[in-house]
Design a protein around this ligand. Sequence first.
Ligand code: KIV
Length: 262
Amino acid sequence: MTVLDFKKMKEEKKPISLITSYDSWSAAIIEESDIDCILVGDSLAMTMHGFDSTIPADTNLMAIHTAAVRKGAPQSFIIGDMPFLSFRKGLVPAMETVEKLMQAGANAVKLEGISGHEEIIKHIVQSGVPVMGHIGLTPQSVNQLGGYRVQGKEDLKAKKLIEDALGLEEAGCFSIVLECVPASIGKMISEKLSIPTIGIGAGNGCDGQVLVLQDMLGLNNKFKPKFVRTYMDGFNTLKKAFNEYDRDVKNKSFPLDKESYS
Ligand code: KIV
């Protein structure tokens, strides 16, 4: 997978599969799978570090996790998320973040929104770094959005989403994440753009889909939004394995002689 394949896959109507990863062991499994590419999302603040939003993620944390994913998946196309405010403090700090993520092993960066940072997006693209846009529910703006809720339901907001998507294409983005928008808007935007849309809670009309790894593996037993499909009961599967290990330690059936040195 290279950045060129994104547009090609859209033209050939081949859906693009994207998944988040934040560490080397899951990245290694993903690289062996059929999934097309990996996002080191700032959702890692929540999934890996237990925060209740993505806001605590900073550039150094994103770079550490991006480097870990690159070590596990040396051949994969990896997108690194630009964290909260990292592209809102001016061009130099924004480019320092881009530098850190790319030097940590990303092939592209993703950033949320467009209003007020169109020029920064253009500058990153002109610097030779592919940019993925992200509109709809933009979790870094959760405080302004008043919670994690579907975006673009009202006509005016839908119109703004379409304008933003076209603006991101115009600014040079190679792809756009559409998060939590009505399926009709996801389809309309996907049809209007020549670059692929990657949906998360944006319906089946998008050119690809992304899910958070912990969600799709059912590792989070407290939270399951409508748009998530779980492919295993990870929480209970792991809990069972932990309990079996605990049982074996306590009944002295682990370790056996063959698991011990002579
Ligand atoms: O941070 C993230 O994981 C994301 C996806 C939800 C698209 O931005």
